[in-house]
Design a protein around this ligand. Structure first.
Ligand SMILES: Nc1ncnc2c1ncn2[C@@H]1O[C@H](COP(=O)(O)OP(=O)(O)OP(=O)(O)O)[C@@H](O)[C@H]1O
Ligand SMILES: [Mg+2]
Length: 342
């Protein structure tokens, strides 16, 4: 477990003292994927560096796997760091070494014998999906492949915790997804705790179990990803959540839908967690004398079930329409009438 207790970090700058992390309390469970999201300058990188002792807090206590990192130094800190690895936005690889030499590097430093090293490098190459690229130099690799090398290096000495500082921020959306899939795979296969920093809600949505939102050094909100998505409290969290839920349903596109689907009722359904959208719609059509026309959908999977909205056009007699809506509400699906034109 990782625990931050009343952590503050101040830097001395030419203009006086700057508070990068401000009275943060946080606990991260073993084997979970924990996301920290915030805009630039929020204090995310500072916070993650406190977790591996690269920075010492000005006040407060950091504990990782029962070791008080904030107080450890010398050999004790080096030992604790063996269990805490890090992946960076710009890959942190050695340009003069091939893929396999890069991955072998942390093993050489740890004094692992050659035969064992070769065996481990092979395993890691397979784990991160770099078969066939063993002899390539970093300049011959794509961004996604470079990050796979970075991840393999970070995993070489079997850490218990993997810290990822914007590990996908330099990658295009498709490559980002592939690297996120790899992180999930590693989390499940190796039972690794992953702490991941990002400014993209998509990343949180796709792979995190829980999330903390940072603003100006403070954690302004934290919780299960679905709870935070469903019921964001802080204004900044609402802004992040709208990054994924409102895309494509901005005001003018809604006006366009209302004009186009001008019969019956246009209804926005909110899916959060357990219910899957398809069976519910199928049941609705079977049970009630209504027609359902799907107009717009924006539902994405999260670690704890689907999240998103579906805009549907319902047509039928008034009584049937109200029965159908009551049925949806009973199923725990919130609904909102977008238009009511007859
Ligand atoms: N070594 C340092 N000395 C002085 N100030 C620092 C230092 N490191 C970070 N800061 C300041 O602390 C604040 C938080 O920085 P940090 O790098 O943690 O933010 P971040 O959330 O990671 O931002 P980004 O998304 O841009 O990476 C910033 O105002 C930054 O200028
Ligand atoms: Mg940063």
């Amino acid at each position: 477990m990782i625990q931050l207790e009343n952590i503050s970090k101040q830097y001395k700058t030419a203009n006086g003292s700057l508070t990068a992390v401000d009275q943060v309390d946080l606990s991260i469970r073993d084997k979970e994927i924990f996301g920290i999201i915030g805009y630039s300058g929020a204090g995310k990188s500072t916070m993650i560096r406190l977790l591996n002792g690269l920075e010492k807090p000005t006040s407060g206590k950091v504990t990782v796997n029962d070791v008080i990192i904030s107080e450890a130094s010398g050999k004790a800190l080096r030992n604790a760091r063996h269990d805490i690895s890090m992946v960076f936005q710009h890959f942190n690889i050695l340009w003069s070494r091939t893929v396999e030499e890069n991955i072998a590097f942390p093993l050489e430093i740890a004094g692992v014998k050659k035969a064992e090293r070769q065996k481990r490098v092979l395993e890691l190459i397979q784990l991160v999906g770099l078969e066939g690229r063993e002899k390539a130099y970093p300049s011959q690799l794509s961004g996604g492949q470079k990050q796979r090398v970075g991840i393999a290096r970070a995993l070489a000495n079997n850490p218990k915790v993997l810290l990822c500082d914007e590990a996908t921020s330099a990658l295009d959306p498709e490559t980002t997804d592939a690297i996120l899939d790899l992180l999930v795979n590693i989390n499940e296969k190796l039972g690794l705790t992953i702490v991941l920093i990002t400014h993209e809600m998509h990343v949180i949505r796709k792979i995190c179990h829980r999330v903390a939102v940072m603003e100006k050094g403070k954690v302004v909100e934290q919780g299960d990803v679905l709870d935070v998505f469903q019921n964001p409290q802080a204004p900044i969290t609402k802004r992040f959540v709208s990054q994924i839920s409102d895309s494509g349903t901005q005001k003018d596109s809604i006006a366009q839908m209302v004009a186009e689907y001008n019969q019956g009722k246009l209804i926005k359904l909110f899916f959060v967690g357990a219910q899957a959208e398809q069976p519910v719609i199928t049941e609705l059509i079977r049970t009630f004398a209504v027609d359902v026309n799907i107009v717009h959908g924006n539902i994405s999977p999260t670690k704890s079930g689907p999240y998103g909205t579906l805009i549907v056009q319902l047509t039928g007699a008034d009584q049937d329409l109200s029965d159908a809506i009551a049925y949806l509400n009973e199923k725990g699906i919130k609904s909102e009438v977008v238009s009511d034109v007859d």
